[in-house]
Design a protein around this ligand. Structure first.
Ligand code: CA2
Length: 145
C-alpha cells in the first residue's frame, strides 16, 4: 500500500458550479471520489486536499513528505502562473508530481501560458478535462507504487 495525493489550488472548489464550458460539470467531490476509487482498487491510499491559500498548499506539501506520499497529482490553479513558493516547496520535498490542468492553458490567455512548475514536474497534462486527473493518477500509481 502506497500513499498518493490529489492536491487542488484556488477556486477549484467551484468546479461544477460555473464555467462548465471551460471546466466541465463534475464537482471537485466527484473527482475526488473517482480518484479515491481508482487508488483503492489498486490497494493504495489517496489523500485529497484543496485550498485557496498558497501557504496552506505549501504546508500540505511539507506534511506529505512526512507522510511518505509517493506522488502528488497537482492542479495548482492560478498559482501555476505565479507561485515560486509552491515551486520551492515541491523541489524542497522532492516528491514527484504530475501537473494537471483541466483546460488547455496553451490555448488561452497569454498570462496562462507560463507555468512556474512544469519544468520540475514528472509530467504535465493540460486540456483533457477531468480525465486528466485519472490519467495522472494511473500513471503515478504505475510508476511510484
Ligand atoms: O485549467 C485548469 O485546470 C486551471 O488550472 C484552472 C485555473 C486557472 O487559473 C488555470 O489557468 C488553469 C482556474 C480554476 C478555477 O476553477 C473554476 C471552476 C469553476 C468555476 C470557476 C472557476
Amino acid at each position: 500500500m502506497s500513499k498518493f495525493m490529489l492536491l487542488n489550488g484556488p477556486n477549484l472548489n467551484l468546479l461544477g458550479s460555473r464555467e462548465p464550458e471551460i471546466y466541465g460539470s463534475a464537482t471537485l467531490e466527484d473527482i475526488e471520489n473517482k480518484l479515491d476509487a481508482i487508488a483503492s482498487k489498486s490497494g493504495h491510499e489517496l489523500i485529497c486536499f484543496q485550498s485557496n491559500a498558497e501557504h496552506d498548499l505549501v504546508d500540505r506539501i511539507h506534511l506529505a513528505k512526512k507522510e511518505d506520499v509517493k506522488c502528488i497529482i497537482f492542479n495548482p490553479g492560478a498559482f501555476t502562473h505565479s507561485s515560486i513558493a509552491l515551486r520551492d516547496a515541491l523541489s524542497g520535498v522532492g516528491i514527484p508530481f504530475i501537473e494537471v490542468h483541466i483546460s488547455n492553458i496553451y490555448s488561452r490567455e497569454d498570462f496562462r501560458q507560463n507555468s512556474f512548475l512544469s519544468d520540475i514536474a514528472e509530467g504535465v497534462i493540460s486540456g483533457l478535462g477531468v480525465e486528466g486527473y485519472k490519467l495522472a493518477l494511473k500513471s503515478g500509481i504505475e510508476k511510484y507504487s
